[in-house]
Design a protein around this ligand. Structure first.
Ligand code: F6R
Length: 241
């Protein structure tokens, strides 16, 4: 495990974008595992700037997103599909055929999980997985549980996640109660894992996940085992360690 300590969110975002862009330069057809939420937005903005300057080319990059709310589709601004187009995909030269996001608008979420695991298999694995960290230690939407979930599955969101995510919705009742997420096994199979964490609100989760025991009660703690895991976190997120 490698920890890169940054001054603030801006520097965290720049460092993370540097790592992602190195991946794309070294392997132009990389499979990038991508996350939504506020943590990666700054990194996406930086990648867009470098693309606009002509320094990055995403034409052969393939992507897989971690998760999607059940019931939300592209026409809903809070869907993760919409988030990805608004914050990254619509502003770079990625081929839409190379974008993979779980379909939240399916009548059969279990079948969608099987389909998505098939997509992951067909891609042949993830080269670099970008992650944020939930305040309860979740990664993707793998919530604290008794076991580490393996493949893509349907989750019922915990109260703390609904509370944390309600800021994106008009009111807490609008936050979907379930989601489709890649599993822990899918995530840790990635060749490299990069997590971004910022702000005092993440300090306890960072401490529990990376300076405590490895347990499914803190899903991110499994990353302590990963052979190439980098945490880029700002001073506030590292304030308890
Ligand atoms: C998003 C995701 C989540 C977030 C986490 C942190 O695709 O999988 O695990 O990374 O909830 O969210 P933010 O960055 O908004 O604090």
């Amino acid at each position: 495990m490698r920890i890169i300590r940054t001054r603030d969110y801006k520097q965290m975002s720049r460092d993370a974008a540097n790592i992602i862009s190195a991946q794309v330069i070294l392997k132009p057809n990389s499979v990038l595992g991508l996350a939504t939420g506020s943590s990666p937005i700054g990194a996406y903005e930086q990648l867009i700037r470098w693309y606009q300057k002509g320094d990055l080319n995403f034409s052969r990059v393939r992507t897989v997103n971690l998760d999607e709310y059940v019931g939300l589709g592209f026409d809903n601004h809070e869907s993760y599909k919409r988030f990805m187009y608004d914050n990254l995909f619509s502003q770079i030269n990625i081929d839409p055929a190379n974008i993979n996001i779980p379909n939240g608008c399916t009548s059969d979420p279990e079948e969608e999980c099987r389909r998505y695991d098939g997509v992951l298999r067909t891609l042949g694995g993830i080269d670099l997985q970008l992650l944020g960290l939930g305040v309860n230690g979740h990664i993707g939407f793998n919530e604290p549980a008794d076991i580490f979930a393996k493949g893509t599955h349907v989750v019922h969101l915990s109260e703390s996640t609904i509370e944390a995510n309600k800021r994106f919705f008009a009111k807490a009742e609008d936050v979907p109660r379930s989601a489709v997420t890649m599993g822990i096994f899918d995530i840790i199979q990635a060749d490299r894992v990069l997590m971004v964490a910022s702000g005092a609100g993440k300090a306890q989760a960072v401490k529990d996940a990376f300076f405590g025991p490895i347990t499914p009660r803190v899903p991110a703690s499994i990353l302590q085992f990963h052979k190439d895991f980098t945490l880029v976190a700002d001073e506030e997120a590292l304030s308890l360690v």
